[in-house]
Design a protein around this ligand. Structure first.
Ligand SMILES: Cc1cc(Nc2nc(/C=C/c3ccccc3)nc3cc(N4CCN(C)CC4)ccc23)n[nH]1
Length: 275
């Protein structure tokens, strides 16, 4: 759709898809074109209350400027007296973490395909000086082909300068973020290691009873691989090359895409029907 002024009258609202901290997402259809979208509705008084207008503005500016098959499109936005509406691409397959919950863990082929898609999407983001900083299963959607779509750029930033702000959930934080040190796009490489582990074992690698224990495990890179499910040594090799404390020593996105486990297992089409 072009970027003329949209309004609520242009859309038929369908079922609610989900509810985030700051807003709800509904299935919707543009009346004239019958184009199906997801409409994210954020109440203005929530924006004032949580003081997130800069974060929301950043999400809108960044996501609307990105064009990549594994990044959910933000087509445009409009507002009325008390709400802001984001017109987002509709991903028909639903949330990846629901898939992970349903099966407990993914196959090595599924995991490798999603990691390859994420590496490609992140390489594109880093080229545009964008660090996502909040890649977690809750922010990943699947399209009708089972292709991965990164959603929710609420925490992403322009990485012109080193970032210091604390953000995101605990399990996915790289050591330099936990230490509130300056960090750069290498934090996303660490997160790929966390995600790859979680795709294969069903739990993130540094999960612990308390936040402080998780912090300690991240700082020590206290990584161990359970015996079950049985995961190939090639996979463990990739995870160990990503969960490295020194951010300069983490495998680059390019090297991830060339890793034997990815080359052998990832579906180049990026889609993998479940199972
Ligand atoms: C932005 C967007 C969402 C989206 N698609 C979907 N979002 C959400 C859940 C969304 C959500 C939103 C905010 C907070 C939490 C969840 N759930 C979905 C569930 C879906 N189904 C259909 C497929 N079934 C297997 C599971 C239920 C399909 C699309 C979904 N496309 N674009």
């Amino acid at each position: 759709p072009d970027n003329r002024e949209w309004s609520l009258d242009d859309f038929e609202i369908g079922r609610p898809l989900g509810r985030g901290k700051f807003g709800r997402v509904y299935l919707a259809r543009e009346r004239k074109s019958k184009y199906v979208v997801a409409l994210k509705i954020v109440f203005k008084q929530q924006i004032e209350k949580y003081r997130i207008h800069h974060q929301l503005r950043r999400e809108m500016e960044i996501q609307s400027g990105l064009r990549h098959p594994n990044i959910l499109r933000l087509y445009g936005w409009f507002h009325d007296d008390d709400r802001i509406f984001l017109i987002l691409e509709y991903a028909q397959g639903g949330e990846l973490y629901k898939e992970l919950q349903k099966y407990g863990h993914l196959t090595e082929r599924q995991a490798a395909t999603y990691i390859a898609s994420l590496a490609q999407a992140l390489a594109y983001c880093h080229e545009k000086h964008v660090i996502h900083r909040d890649i977690k299963p809750e922010n990943l959607l699947l399209d009708h082909e089972g292709r991965l779509k990164i959603a929710d750029f609420g925490w992403s930033v322009q990485s012109k300068f080193k970032r210091h702000t604390m953000c995101g959930t605990l399990d996915y934080l790289a050591p330099e973020m936990v230490e509130k040190k300056a960090h750069d796009h290498a934090v996303d490489n660490w997160t790929l290691g966390v995600l790859c582990y979680e795709f294969l074992y069903g739990v993130p690698p540094f999960e612990a009873e308390s936040q402080s224990d998780t912090f300690k495990r991240i700082m020590k890179v206290d990584l161990n691989f359970p015996d079950q499910p049985d995961v190939s040594s090639s996979t463990k090799d990739l995870i160990c090359q990503l969960l490295v404390k020194d951010s300069s020593k983490r495998l680059s996105l390019q090297k991830i895409m060339e890793h034997p486990w990815i080359v052998t297992n990832a579906n180049p089409m990026g889609s993998c029907k479940s199972g």
